[in-house]
Design a protein around this ligand. Structure first.
Ligand code: SF4
Length: 488
């Protein structure tokens, strides 16, 4: 069993999590679907391929593990001065593959390529681990550098210029500053990795949900799935107090326990097991709406490598929208939609123009979680100045249906403290469901579209496009049905 940098970064998060990951990985749930992880991995590979163009002398080391180690040594002996995927395995079990090493005098410069737009704090221990592994294997590392994406760079004439697409930062001083700490932690990780007994310690019991690692449920099987950690903004001293009292079930929170108004509402609902509906507040909120009502939902992708001109790395790009329209309270519901079937500026402009046709100059634009749609409108306004005033006006007319639930005007125990449409819909409109759809989540929609428009094999394109249309249509129909339900 080797210790790689990704293993080491898990150790830095928590030794118990690290042990489980190394010894019983099947017990650690993944934080995203396999399809989404594979797509991310593939995009990382593509970025690395572009970054290699910065090193015209570079040669790729073939193979993995011990085979890659001997290939690395042979290529260096043969005089290679720049290597991609140079690999070392140290006697004490460290395994490191460097994205790039470049000869400098008697030593080497070690590079890691990152798909982020800046050097992140976790990149420093990551680089320190790589440096330590290479130095332990006998290499002299003069400098450590991070190559990351340049947020300001936009795709131009269908082309990515590697020189302006990346920024290279020397992080040697930062790496040197944490090296003593990293050396100690690597020794501890090597010991922990081969410890035979599964750890039981899980100090995160006193920390809020956002700070738990994916192994929390495994180490805390006595805690219910919906628990005090799911109470809105439950954290700090208040949470620690409940944990000290051994209270994990929301129903067991004492009536006199100090809570905010929002927390109290959520706890009351759970205790009562019945919904709370402030119909006056709901109707006051809905009275802001002006007909025609446009129920709008976008789907988008934000690939590291921009797909169209004028877009920078990781910028969201809308590829689809669905629109349900209620012209008057008594009108028949209308539906329209648009889906780009290719990744191109022309397709994006066609979408922007079609929406201009589909949405009139008056009436409310109803969305779920307005931050997302508002930002997409801003981006479309910037990309297509001829439609700027239209997209700016949409933002002035936007109404967030989620607010009714986020502001606790309508709370139901079945929402489990959430206000995402994926929690609200099955409770309020159980006859509508994402379960039977081939695509049931936004991240899967993004990946499927990205894959089909970037793949040479388009044999199933019609099916994927039909699945995407069905998914986005359900998102807006769900809003219509929820609106009808709560206004009654
Ligand atoms: S939840 Fe438990 S296992 Fe996970 S990081 Fe926290 S203490 Fe470690």
């Amino acid at each position: 069993m080797y210790l790689s940098k990704s293993d080491f970064l898990k150790f830095r998060i928590c030794p118990s999590y690290f042990w489980l990951w190394k010894n019983k990985p099947e017990l650690v749930p993944e934080d995203s679907p396999a399809e989404v992880r594979e797509n991310k991995f593939e995009q990382g590979n593509q970025i690395e391929l572009i970054a290699r163009q910065l090193f015209p002398e570079g040669v790729l080391v073939q193979g993995y593990n011990t085979q890659a180690v001997s290939n690395t040594e042979q290529m260096i002996a043969d005089g290679a001065s720049t290597l991609f995927q140079a690999t070392v395995i140290t006697e004490n079990g460290l395994l490191a593959m460097a994205d790039v090493i470049e000869r400098e005098g008697d030593g080497w410069i070690l590079y890691e390529v990152k798909s982020s737009s800046r050097v992140k704090p976790e990149h420093i221990p990551d680089m320190a681990f790589q440096k330590l592994a290479f130095e332990t294997a006998g290499y002299t590392i003069n400098e450590t550098r991070v190559i990351h994406l340049n947020r300001e760079c936009v795709r131009h004439n269908g082309h990515i210029d590697p020189q302006s697409f990346f920024v290279t930062e020397d992080v040697s001083d930062k790496v040197a500053a944490i090296m003593p700490e990293v050396k100690d932690q690597v020794m501890l990780a090597l010991e922990k990795m081969i410890q035979p007994d599964e750890p039981t310690a899980c100090p995160c019991r006193s920390l809020s949900r956002g700070k738990h690692c994916p192994a929390f449920a495994h180490f805390n099987s006595d805690i219910p799935e919906y628990s005090v950690y799911d109470v809105s903004r439950m954290q700090g001293r208040k949470l620690a107090e409940l944990v000290d009292l051994d209270i994990f079930n929301i129903k067991d929170i004492p009536d006199d326990f100090s809570l905010t108004a929002n927390q109290q509402a959520q706890v009351n609902i759970e205790k009562r097991g019945a919904p709370h509906i402030d119909q006056v507040a709901v109707e006051r909120s809905l009275s802001e709406l002006e007909f025609p009502l446009y129920f709008l939902d976008y789907e988008s992708v934000n690939p590291a490598i921009p797909l169209v001109d004028g877009v920078h790395p990781h910028q969201q790009m809308v590829f689809q929208y669905s629109l349900h329209i209620l012209d008057t309270p008594d009108s028949e519901l209308r539906h329209t939609e648009h889906l780009s079937r290719e990744a191109s500026s022309t397709a994006l402009e066609a979408l922007a123009a079609q929406m201009r046709e589909d949405i009139g100059d008056t009436g409310s634009v109803i969305v779920w979680n307005k931050v997302f749609e508002r930002d997409r409108n801003k981006e479309l306004a910037e990309l297509f100045p001829e439609y700027a005033s239209f997209y700016e006006s949409l933002n002035a007319r936007i109404y967030d249906l989620m607010d009714v639930f986020a502001k606790n005007y309508y709370v139901h125990p079945g929402f489990l403290g959430k206000c995402s449409i994926k929690y609200v819909l099955p409770v309020l409109v159980p006859e509508l469901s994402y379960k039977d759809l081939a695509i049931g989540k936004g991240d899967i929609a993004s990946v499927r579209w990205y894959e089909i428009v970037t793949s040479e094999n388009t044999s199933n394109a019609d099916q994927v496009f039909a699945d995407l249309l069905a998914y986005c249509k359900l998102d807006t129909l769900a809003m219509v049905k929820i609106y009808e339900k709560i206004k009654a």
